[in-house]
Design a protein around this ligand. Structure first.
Ligand SMILES: [Mn+2]
Length: 342
C-alpha cells in the first residue's frame, strides 16, 4: 500500500481542491474511485475514460473547458506526456497497474514499492478518504480482490457479504456486493446521456440498501437500467457458455452492434470454467476488441508475443487483460496465442 506519508499527501491534495476534474477508468473500480474522491470533496466533475489505449492529449480540451483547480486521474494505466504538458493545473494520478514514469504529475501507485501486490485503485482511494467503505468494497470486488477491511464489511453488512466467503470470485458472483459491482459496471454501459445521469445519481446514493432495495426514485432509475442491461448480458453469456468445447481456449465473439460486455462476460466465464483460457470479444470499426482471462497463465507476455506481426495492442493485469487487434490480423493473433498455451 502507499505509505502513511503518501496517503496524507494524497488526502491533502483532496482537502485543498474545490473544483476537481476527475477522469476515471470505465469499470467498477474506476467508478468507485471517482465516487470516493467526489464525495469527499463534495464537488467537481467526473469524466469516464472509454478509451482503451493511453489517455492522450485530446483530453486537455476537457480540462480547458471545465477550468478545474486540480485534475485527478484514477485507475488509468497510461497517460501521455503530451496531455500532462498541456495541462496547467496540478495533476494527481492514482493507479495500480505496472508503474510508468512521467513528468508534471503527482503519481501515486503502490506497485512502485511492491511490484507484485495488487491493491485496487478504489482501495487506495479509500485509504486516503477514510469514508464510504462500502463504495470501495464494490470497486475491489469488481476488480476481483478482497481488501484488508473485508472483515469489517462482513460485520457491518452481514446480509450483503456472507462471513464464509473468502475468495474474491465468490464475492463477485455469489454475494450482494457482487451484484453491486455489476450495477456499477452497467451504470457505465450504453448511451452517454444515461451514463452521465447514473453517475450523477451515484454521487448521492447514501447506502448500498438504497440501491439494492430501490428505496428512492433515483435508485429505481439506476436499478431498472441495470436489469435491462442484465437481460442482454445473460443472453450473451448463455451463448458464450454454449460455445464451450473441449478446447483449452474458450473463444467467443459476439455481434458487433451490441454494447460492450466483454469484461463482465469474460470474468464470469473464468469463474465458471477456471481451467480454461477465456477470450471474449466483438468487432468494432474493423478491430477486434478483446477481454482475455486465465488463472493459470501470466497473460501480458503471452499477449505481447501473440501480437508480433499483427496490428494491435494489449496489456493489463497478470490474469486479466484487454487487447485490440485489427480484424485482418485476428486469425494470426489467435494462432500465435494458442501456441503459447499448449
Ligand atoms: Mn482497477
Amino acid at each position: 500500500m502507499l505509505t502513511e506519508k503518501q496517503l496524507n499527501e494524497l488526502r491533502e491534495e483532496l482537502q485543498t481542491s474545490k473544483r476537481p476534474l476527475i477522469f476515471f477508468h470505465d469499470d467498477p473500480d474506476g467508478l468507485a474511485s471517482f465516487l470516493l474522491f467526489y464525495r469527499f470533496i463534495g464537488d467537481g466533475k467526473g469524466i469516464v475514460l472509454k478509451t482503451t489505449t493511453e489517455m492522450g492529449e485530446q483530453f486537455a480540451g476537457n480540462v480547458e473547458r471545465y477550468a478545474p483547480d486540480k485534475v485527478f486521474i484514477l485507475d488509468k494505466p497510461i497517460v501521455s506526456q503530451d496531455f500532462l504538458d498541456k495541462v496547467n493545473v496540478p495533476v494527481i494520478w492514482v493507479d495500480h497497474h505496472t508503474p510508468v514514469k512521467r513528468h508534471k504529475v503527482k503519481y501515486f501507485n503502490p506497485r512502485v514499492n511492491e511490484p507484485d501486490k495488487n491493491y485496487p485503485a478504489s482501495e487506495i482511494c479509500y485509504k486516503a478518504v477514510k469514508q464510504d467503505m462500502w463504495i470501495s468494497m464494490v470497486g475491489c470486488v469488481g476488480d476481483w480482490v478482497l481488501p484488508d477491511f473485508t472483515e469489517q464489511i462482513k460485520k457491518e453488512y452481514p446480509d450483503l457479504l456472507d462471513k464464509n466467503i473468502t475468495r474474491p470470485e465468490d464475492a463477485l458472483f455469489s454475494s450482494k456486493f457482487g451484484r453491486l459491482a455489476r450495477i456499477f459496471s452497467f451504470c457505465l454501459k450504453g448511451k452517454m446521456d444515461d451514463v452521465k445521469k447514473c453517475i450523477k445519481i451515484m454521487t448521492r446514493i447514501k447506502t448500498p440498501y438504497e440501491l439494492l432495495n430501490q428505496e428512492t426514485p433515483q435508485a429505481v432509475f439506476v436499478y431498472k437500467r441495470y436489469e435491462k442491461i442484465n437481460r442482454e448480458y445473460q443472453e450473451t453469456l448463455e451463448k458464450a457458455v454454449k460455445s464451450k468445447t473441449n478446447d483449452k481456449l474458450l473463444l467467443y465473439i459476439y455481434e458487433e452492434n451490441r454494447m460492450s460486455l466483454n469484461s463482465d462476460i469474460s470474468n464470469e466465464l473464468l469463474y465458471r470454467f477456471p481451467e480454461k483460457v477465456i477470450i471474449v470479444g466483438r468487432k468494432k470499426s474493423g478491430e477486434m476488441k478483446l477481454s482475455i482471462r486465465a488463472s493459470s497463465y501470466i497473460l501480458p507476455p503471452i499477449i505481447k508475443k501473440a501480437l508480433e506481426g499483427c496490428e494491435g495492442q494489449g496489456g493489463g493485469h497478470e490474469h486479466a487483460c484487454g487487447a485490440n487487434v485489427k480484424a485482418e490480423d485476428f486469425k494470426k493473433f489467435i494462432e500465435q496465442f494458442r501456441k503459447q498455451i499448449k
